[in-house]
Design a protein around this ligand. Structure first.
Ligand code: NAD
Ligand code: APR
Length: 236
């Protein structure tokens, strides 16, 4: 199956990548729904929903401070680097990610849509003025209007950034090949994107029991390992 996917990539005029938290676990960042995932120990409604921002702001802020601090020790892994090389070689045109860690950009990908925002930039919940993540680590309130500060992530119940969504939808609808990597496809509306694809749909994931109807290829494995195997075949 790896050989088939490599040949699809070789002959594809437009390849799009869709990633989830499983793309970052090899960099040391937990995902959400695996046995070691965030939501096994934290109820997402208490820290990642619009309600959590108002009802228990301190818990909300601690959760994101913890994730921002953890990111300081984290760097892209081999799989991220391969996707950046493939963009440089013209093999990949676009990355749509649910991840908020900016590791695709750190690895070198330029064409990236952050469907769930990012955790490294901060705004005031009321006046929307930007603040630094350093400020957020030490202060809970906006320096202009004294309301609560929050990272620019999409919370449960919020809409996705419209431009990122439209771009990802357009790219996926036009692509010849779409690699869906490291996502459980459990969260709406991103889990609707693969069904909008007209090209070859490839699922690369550690768990492949569900969400795989309609895919042309299913490869069980880690993102880093599978991408490295495909990369070897492409460089032949
Ligand atoms: P929900 O029904 O509360 O959220 C669905 C959201 O998706 C709605 O707010 C809707 O506006 C939005 N949406 C639907 N179609 C859209 C489109 N075409 N363009 C833009 N936005 C569209 O469902 P939920 O299960 O509570 O959560 C899913 C939402 O929360 C999604 O927006 C997801 O991105 C986001 N989310 C973010 C996190 C996080 O920690 N960053 C965690 C989980 C979910
Ligand atoms: N390689 C490949 N797949 C992996 C790896 C890996 N190294 N590590 C984990 N996985 C798989 C897991 O088996 C799981 O199916 O990645 C998937 C991650 O799924 P989730 O934890 O549900 O993460 P994701 O799909 O990104 O969640 C979507 O939910 O809570 C929200 O906003 C949050 O963006 C997130 C969204």
């Amino acid at each position: 199956m790896i050989q088939t996917v490599a040949s699809w990539l070789k002959h594809s005029a437009s390849t799009v990548i869709l990633t989830g938290a499983g793309m970052s676990t090899e960099s040391g960042i937990p995902d959400f729904r695996s046995k070691a995932g965030w939501w096994k120990s934290v109820d997402p409604r208490t820290v990642a929903s619009v309600e959590s921002l108002t009802q228990n702001y301190e818990l909300f802020r601690e959760f994101y401070q913890l994730r921002i601090k953890a990111l300081e020790q984290v760097k892209p892994h081999k799989g991220h680097e391969i996707l950046a090389e493939w963009e440089q070689q013209g093999l990949v045109g676009f990355v749509a990610t649910q991840n908020v860690d900016r590791l695709h950009q750190l690895a070198g990908n330029k064409q990236v849509a952050e469907l769930h925002g990012n955790i490294l930039t901060i705004r005031c919940e009321k006046c929307e003025k930007p603040h630094s993540k350093e400020h957020f680590m030490n202060n809970a309130v906006c320096t202009y209007c004294m309301h609560h500060l929050r990272p620019n992530v999409v919370l449960f119940g919020e809409s996705l950034p419209q431009e990122a969504w439209n771009q990802a939808l357009n790219e996926i609808q036009q692509a010849d090949v779409i690699l869906v990597i490291g996502t459980s496809l459990e969260v709406y509306p991103v889990n609707q994107l693969p069904m909008m694809a007209k090209g070859k749909l490839v699922y690369i994931n550690l768990e492949v029991e569900s969400q795989t109807q309609g895919f042309d290829a299913i490869i069980q494995g880690t993102a880093g390992e599978v991408l490295a195997q495909i990369d070897v075949l492409l460089s032949r």
